[in-house]
Design a protein around this ligand. Structure first.
Ligand SMILES: [Zn+2]
Length: 128
């Protein structure tokens, strides 16, 4: 949802190894592409070893009942952690209400539940 996607914060992005993707293959960002023998397997191994050293981590590392595991999704912890901790839930809900988002009447009764499940239920950043 607008404003509740970590991508919208500018702290998170999806990454893949473009050089390892076969010509004509359309990247889908699925777990198979990041498996050991998948086209992004070497990137996955490199990220496992070095990601945290650059301040990044994986908020969707494991299935916590919210967003499914996404090994391609990385987050810059020093910036993202503060945004998550201080996420303006009331302001966000007010802005959704006054926006012209289609289907708002279906979302409105579930906003607290959706935030808990998809925004706050994430793997915490490592303690370095
Ligand atoms: Zn992502």
């Amino acid at each position: 949802m607008p404003g509740a996607s970590r991508h919208h914060w500018g702290t998170d992005f999806d990454i893949f190894d473009a050089g390892a993707i076969a010509c004509g293959h359309r990247v889908e960002l699925v777990p198979e592409e990041f498996a050991a023998h998948g086209p992004c397997g070497q990137l996955q191994a490199w990220l496992e070893e070095h990601l945290n050293g650059f301040g990044f981590y994986r908020p969707y590392r494991e299935d916590l009942g919210g967003v499914a595991p996404e090994p391609w999704h990385i987050s810059f912890a020093p910036s993202a952690s503060g945004i998550l901790e201080q996420f303006p839930e009331t302001l966000w809900q007010e802005q959704l209400k006054v926006s012209a988002i289609e289907g708002y009447e279906c979302l409105a009764p579930r906003l607290d539940e959706l935030l808990d499940r998809y925004l706050f239920r994430v793997t915490p950043p490592p303690r370095n």
